[in-house]
Design a protein around this ligand. Structure first.
Ligand code: ADP
Ligand code: MG
Length: 741
């Protein structure tokens, strides 16, 4: 890192200010604070009177607080602060407006009656009344620019809004940063952007960009500064990924060349269907890469049901044919057990049980290894992996544990990547003496730029067609608010399906009647329902619904069973086995069945309180039906009013089965951090200015640049500033570390 940037803050802004910044923002260096960018900019010139607020638009207004009240929410943890404000007099008709803050600690502390503030946010409509929810705001009583400027100049000047805390206002941050800009010699700062790129893009210098991002005189000032830093961020990220790709490619792996008369050939002969063109093409790519003595590092994306497992299995067989072992890593025990069963079934006579012994080229031992297996069985499985008796080992992250070793691990397949991070990939890779080949499969299609960003260290293949004869899935939104009678019609519908010999999934957002829900991280955004305090309604739970259905006349005599993550693993796998064997007709579960589970006879999926799930989760869930050539139906049941914003998600899922379209839609509705947070492990900071969906062209340009920089200078010996910026990006704790050292 550049010496000036690494300098302790107190050297430039004094002990007292430095202590305040450290305490409230956790920032202790010059670089840390210089890179603490405003989240947005407000302009006094764009004010909207309350009486003329346009619904569904972003507005900025100045108003005085009339009252403020805070209460805790009933259905979820957290508080709701309602602030009522009124326009300043003299600007047409004064209006009043309610502003709601979810967990608004700073709002509660700062927005006291009588205070004047500028608010900026999106206008929403609730039962006729307009309101703002969690807007940005600045207390104007403290505006450092407000004095001594002529009104016109003042109106045009953008006001930076910093991410503030309840104790440290945006204005205070602005004041400290302005001191910093005066005391730091910005022109001496090293620039991670290579000069050629900076001039091609006509970027501001780093010094000017720092000045203008923090103290812009016009909107174009901060826009230009932001463009530069955004590109810089993309370049640093893409260079880090390009370097990792180059390092991985430079490693030496064992080539696993295909043989003509091995297991793979026998498997292909017995395959009951023809591979799709996509499966064949991807299969060819994998076969070629496995035969190289540098490791394959590939991401396979495919729509739900596109047949990724066969592709992976064929790759595994090639490796086994060449004398190596393959490991398949699944995100849940249920899924690992399913893969184990279905892969053994698919292999048929090519799969051999351990007891028969002997390494034969005509069969392969498939072994399951999960954390919850009885000790003796687990020990045996570990022994088989270590001795090489097991050719294919299927498991959960138990495979990552230290005492699991392999005789000669040649290929790792990670199924349903979104639950596995970079570190886990690395932990598995460390299990082979030479780096194994790696195939990562994801069922959630990922937009190109997200793939470039989150999985940028992997090459990508896509399976974009479904096997022929795949029956379509029809999805309906069942709105109980409009049609209360449908609450029982659902079960009559389920009964029809079961009477026709088919099976039914019922998915609930919660396990028990008294827990907090079972959401994946990132799904638990405060919804407008919370804010409207509509959340006191009881959500469907597995145990509650099982009780309900046992007394449901339409389902009398139907064998049904609960399935959820808190059950004993043996019970879970028995339940799944009974369902697979069609003894259980109706399964009431949480999202444990979200990924991968493959029961061909299931034709109906009922998702209760579907509004509680995210778009990609719903898409994954419904992919569990319509698999065996039988048309599938998915019912998205909701109690929300038709106008409720969350209903849009359900409508989107009902409108298309195109996973790529849905994942774009999904990403738009979610916070960026959630997308990256889930996969960006290893302590990487989240992106600051880059938005993976919006800035596709920036990311693509940066990727090309990064590729050519790393291509010519793999160790970045001639780009020390860029190398330092990468280190800093990959290892944000380093700042604190240097400080202490
Ligand atoms: P996913 O990509 O969602 O993991 P799977 O690999 O589970 O999909 O495949 C879904 C189903 O489609 C499986 O039952 C599999 O046997 C079947 N399948 C795979 N490839 C083909 C094909 N080429 N033709 C017909 N059925 C196929
Ligand atoms: Mg799968």
């Amino acid at each position: 890192m550049n010496a000036e940037l690494a300098l302790p803050l107190e050297r430039r802004i004094g002990k007292r200010s430095a202590a305040v910044i450290e305490k409230h923002l956790g920032i202790s260096t010059v670089g840390g604070l210089l890179n603490y960018f405003p989240r947005r900019y407000l302009s006094r010139g764009e004010l909207t009177p309350i009486s003329e607020l346009p619904p569904d638009e972003d507005v900025t207004l100045i108003a005085r607080v009339l009252s403020s009240s805070t209460r805790s929410m009933r259905a979820r943890r957290g508080t709701l602060t309602d602030v009522v404000v009124t326009d300043d007099a003299g600007k047409g008709v004064p209006g009043t407006l309610k502003i709601s803050f979810f967990n608004g600690f700073r709002a509660k502390a700062e927005l006291q009656p009588g205070r004047r503030a500028m608010f900026s946010g999106k206008v929403t409509r609730y039962g006729g009344a307009l309101s703002l929810t969690n807007p940005d705001f600045l207390l104007l009583d403290e505006d450092p620019d407000a004095s001594g400027k002529d009104p016109e100049e003042l109106a045009a000047m953008p006001i930076p809004v910093y991410p503030a805390t309840a104790k440290l206002t945006s204005w205070s941050i602005q004041k400290v940063i302005s001191t910093l800009l005066d005391t730091v010699d910005l022109d001496q700062l090293a620039d991670p952007l290579p000069a050629g790129i900076a001039s091609r893009e006509k970027f501001l210098t780093a010094a000017d960009a720092y000045r203008l991002i923090h103290a812009p005189q016009t909107p174009s000032d901060w826009q230009r500064a932001r463009d530069r830093f955004r590109f810089q961020e993309a370049l640093v990220l893409q260079s880090a990924l390009a370097r990792r790709r180059a390092q991985l490619a430079a490693e030496e792996a064992t080539a696993r060349r295909p043989v003509t008369d091995g297991l793979l050939a026998a498997f292909d002969r017995q395959l009951p269907f023809t591979l799709t063109a996509g499966q064949a093409a991807v299969g060819k790519t994998l076969a070629e890469e496995l035969a190289l003595d540098s490791p394959m590092n590939r991401l396979l994306q495919g729509e739900v049901g596109s047949g990724k497992t066969i592709v992976a299995l064929r790759a595994m067989l090639q490796v086994v044919d060449a004398g190596g072992q393959a490991a398949l890593l699944a995100p849940t025990e249920v899924l690992a057990a399913q893969h184990y069963d279905s892969i053994r079934r698919t292999l048929g006579p090519l799969s051999r049980d351990g007891l028969l012994g002997g390494l034969g080229a005509d069969s392969v031992q498939v072994t399951l290894l999960t954390g919850s297996m009885p000790t003796a069985a687990r020990k045996q499985a570990m022994l088989d992996a270590a001795s090489g008796t097991a050719g294919i080992v299927i498991g959960t992250h138990a495979l990552l544990s230290e005492n699991v070793s392999f005789y000669d691990l040649g290929l790792i397949v990670v199924d349903e990547q979104h639950r596995f991070g970079v570190e886990q990939r690395d932990a598995l890779r460390a299990k082979a003496s030479k780096p194994p080949h790696l195939l990562v499969m994801t069922a959630t299609p990922i937009p190109r730029t997200v793939a470039m960003t989150v999985f940028g260290d992997l090459e990508t293949s896509v399976l974009d067609e479904l096997p022929a004869g795949r029956a379509p899935i029809t999805t309906h939104v069942v709105g109980l608010a409009e049609h209360p009678a449908w609450a029982t019609r659902i079960w009559t519908r389920a009964r029809e399906e079961i009477d026709a010999g088919h099976q039914v999934y019922v998915v609930c957002p919660k396990i028990g009647t008294d827990d907090d829900g079972d959401f994946s991280p990132g799904e638990a955004e405060p919804t407008d329902a919370d804010l409207a305090e509509n959340g006191s309604r009881e959500l469907a739970s597995v145990t509650g619904v099982v009780e309900l259905l046992q007394d449901e006349p339409a389902l009398a005599g139907v064998p049904l069973a609960p399935l959820h993550g808190r059950q004993d693993p043996v019970l879970k796998s028995d339940t799944m086995a009974a369902f697979t064997a069609n003894r259980t007709k109706l399964l009431v579960s949480t999202t444990v069945i979200e990924v991968g589970v493959d029961v061909h006879n299931a034709t109906l999926m009922v998702i209760l309180d579907a509004d509680r799930f995210g778009i990609s989760q719903l898409h994954q869930l419904r992919g569990r039906v319509g698999r065996g050539g039988l048309p599938g139906t998915c019912l998205l049941v909701t109690s929300l009013e038709p106008e409720h914003p969350s209903r849009r998600r359900l409508d989107a899922v009902a409108a298309t089965t195109d996973g790529f379209a849905l994942s774009q839609e999904d990403l738009k509705l979610r916070r960026e951090g959630d997308i990256l947070g889930a996969s960006q492990s290893g302590g990487r900071s989240t992106l600051k200015l880059l938005r993976v969906l919006e800035h596709e062209d920036v990311i693509a340009r940066a990727r090309t640049d990064a590729q050519s920089i790393i291509g010519a200078d793999p160790d970045l010996a001639r780009h020390p500033e860029l190398a330092a910026a990468i280190d800093d990006y990959l290892n944000p704790e380093k700042e604190a570390f240097l400080e202490r050292g």
